[in-house]
Design a protein around this ligand. Structure first.
Ligand code: HEC
Length: 134
């Protein structure tokens, strides 16, 4: 009896796993759609990056980081002196919003934060990950 139950449990489990794997399959149409979504967020990120209304003093990210230069997304997470701890790039972006832009820090899941990260990371695409590096 125990053995039968075990067999049933195992076959249920393998059916479940198979279903999960199937749920992960996607079509070229899905891929195209997701890439288009991603690109629209990158585009939005460029807008946020160059928006003089993001902070309170009309300064934009792009003035100090033209085309996302000197942002080094590939080095995160890393120790940041300004924050006194190992931080993500989003936390460092908030530091720049609060200090050079004299603005209000964003929630880390704010869509504008996601857009900024997408834009910056896209601009540095292809650079080898090197977390922790200075
Ligand atoms: C007045 C100039 C200035 C402006 C404007 C500015 N930053 Fe910065 N940013 C800095 C400085 C200075 C640092 C610190 C560099 C360091 O110590 O790593 C920095 C660091 C960063 C880093 C981390 C770079 C690294 O090498 O680790 C990111 C990412 C970043 N800024 C993004 C932004 C974003 C996004 C904005 C707009 C919201 C912005 N910055 C606006 C000057 C600026």
């Amino acid at each position: 009896m125990k053995k039968i139950l075990k067999t049933i449990a195992l076959s249920t489990l393998s059916l479940y796993i198979t279903t999960m794997l199937q749920a992960d399959e996607f079509t070229q149409k899905d891929l195209d759609l997701w890439m288009a979504e991603y690109k629209s967020v990158v585009k939005e990120g460029r807008k946020v990056f160059t928006n003089p209304k993001l902070g309170t003093n009309t300064v934009t990210c792009n003035e100090c980081h033209p085309n996302a230069s000197n942002t080094h997304p590939e080095t995160y997470p890393k120790f940041q002196k300004q924050l006194g701890k190992v931080a993500t790039m989003a936390e460092m972006i908030n530091w720049c919003i609060a200090n050079p832009l004299e603005g209000k820090k964003m929630a880390l899941d704010d869509p504008r934060m996601t857009a900024l990260i997408a834009y910056i990371t896209q601009e540095r695409k292809g650079i080898k990950l090197d977390p922790g590096k200075h």
